[in-house]
Design a protein around this ligand. Sequence first.
Ligand code: SAM
Length: 247
Amino acid sequence: MTAATYDRIGASYRRFRQPDPRIAEQILAALGTARTTVNVGAGAGSYEPADRDVVAVEPSAVMLAQRPSGAAPAVRAAAEALPFPDHTFDAAMAILTVHHWADAARGLAELRRVAGRVVILSTSAERINQLWLTAEYFPGSARARRPDIQPDRIAAALGGNATIEPVMVSRDCTDGFGEAYWCRPEAYLNSAIRASMSACSLLTDAEVEDGVRRLRADLASGRWDERHGYLRTLPDYDTGHRLIIVG
Ligand SMILES: C[S@@+](CC[C@H](N)C(=O)[O-])C[C@H]1O[C@@H](n2cnc3c(N)ncnc32)[C@H](O)[C@@H]1O
């Protein structure tokens, strides 16, 4: 994936990728008392705190165009070369974006250079690859899970005493990222919902068709519910999302 990915797949991002309030609360708590924040890989502005000064950084014109009027000012740039002097911000946030960066180590170093505190939301491949979605229906999506951006590697790259905390995903999560529908399997049959998940863009058409065909059949026969129906009763779930915090 590259910065251009969202120029290709981002056109209807805001339709299915509304910030989830529970995740927003956890991110806000992680930002602590920071007054000034740079949001790197900001997209359409999800999770930007409204109660403090924010500058957004985003390379995709398609995503920049979806920022609502009144959103924080945005700069068209990439994480790997942030156009700010050292120590410009109290905090930097990077939400569900590191897996898109061509040079994650360089981007992480840039966050540390421009901000005192760094808050990153990313995912653990080990956990995600165990989920029914990847393990049973779309095994090709494991390709998106780069070893260099696993939470412990991100924490090590950030240095200091970075902490890693799980982000539980609610049963009615409003941010339609790849694993958001862990207890709503019917959602993955909807091509418009799949289109706003970058992991799906890495699958070949044949891989998508195969996974959707088997999922549809297993839902119709009751096989999915036999194996995973207990998920429908849980309030939230560990989908492998992790906040990495330093500073
Ligand atoms: C899944 S979206 C997340 C957007 C937003 N943070 C959110 O939570 O809704 C990933 C974003 O990362 C951006 N991106 C891709 N490559 C990037 C890079 N090298 N530096 C900064 N952002 C990048 C994409 O254009 C896209 O807007």
